[in-house]
Design a protein around this ligand. Structure first.
Ligand SMILES: [Zn+2]
Length: 69
């Protein structure tokens, strides 16, 4: 496993690393922030909506349901 302790913030637009104290967070620059806004405006951006209503344990998804008696 490769797990870094100091987690690296990255600009979602250009994937450049962003400092955690960067005022443009999570973007690396004002330019990328504008780019992101442009994507939202043009509707070409998939919004990662917070999914909270899914309960995967409610179905017995054929993984480990051995003892069922
Ligand atoms: Zn960027």
């Amino acid at each position: 496993m490769t797990r870094k302790r100091s987690f690296q913030l990255r600009c979602p637009i250009c994937k450049k690393s962003v400092k955690s104290n960067d005022p443009q967070l999570p973007f690396c620059s004002d330019r990328c922030r504008t780019t992101d806004l442009g994507r939202w405006a043009s509707g070409d951006y998939v919004i990662p909506s917070p999914v909270t209503d899914i309960e995967p344990s409610m179905g017995g998804d054929s993984s480990d349901s051995a003892e069922d008696s």
